[in-house]
Write a new protein. Sequence first.
Length: 344
Amino acid sequence: MISERRLAILNLIVEHYLKTGEPMGSKTLCQLLPYSVSSATVRNEMAYLSELGFLEQRHTSGGRVPSNACYRYYIDNLMQEQPVSNYDAKVINDTLSINAGDPERLLSDASKLISSYTRCASFNCIIEDELDCIKGVDLIPAGGSKAMLVMLTVGSKIKSSLINVPCRIDDDFRFLFYEITQRLFVGIPLSEANLAKVQSAVLIAGDRIFDMLPILVSLCSLCNEASHTTFNLEGETSLLAHEELGSGVYKLLSFLADREKMTKLIKEFCNNPLKSALMIGNENPLYEMKNTSTIISQYTYGNNQKACLGLVGSVRIDYKKIIPTVNYIFKSVENLLSGEVRNG
């Protein structure tokens, strides 16, 4: 049984180590406890907590540090979260509202906020949807022979490209473009926007197909881009300041930069019913992340589109501040993706 005194000792050791990175000895504990107790008694209590697997002693004569199991127990039972301030809530909401209508940019903004507030690496990912279709296409003159091509999918992906067009972009040209896209592209799956569709446009465009070709090829390119899983990493160099990662930080950075492995991990998470999770140390499924804490949240929005947002840091992070901040950002993103508005 973990007595009140043992819980107090455990809490002090965890918070001291999270703040300083230094082990705590019995003498320091005696000074910090709110009641009088001998060093021998404290050592016995620390030994008991070590037997439970909560504390580790790196050197025979050194103090104790928390184990990964201790962090889990601390978070679930002892930690008092530091609420998000009204000022930070306003900053978060104002920042996320800028691109609230564009899920890809919204998640990117959220990822940058997470990295900024936590000094950890963060990531965002939108998973490919084989059923996603072209919802609409627009061609906007941009001066001279330039035009902005904008494509929107049913899954709320927005892609654009600036194109050089070898002719004047007048009303007749735009009308022809809209006729081609309405008849051949709008409503089809992204994977079907290919050169075969472009060749079919010859029957509609006639001798203007060569003027139209750069735009239609660019449209196919945008569709191809939108049809794949997107993965973005932010603030990964912040991990270099996490001293407890040691030389292993470079292997971790190499792993995080491997988009294939990271997207595989994220897709596996999206296949389970958990909306969000905190994984500490060995709770992480992959060996490369055994010395990290990962916080991840998944989203389903729009026409059953799926996305993820997350954080990766060392196991020694300021949980009581980071967890509520990250959860606030997670919830704000969820509300915006579902069309709800959240006030700070």
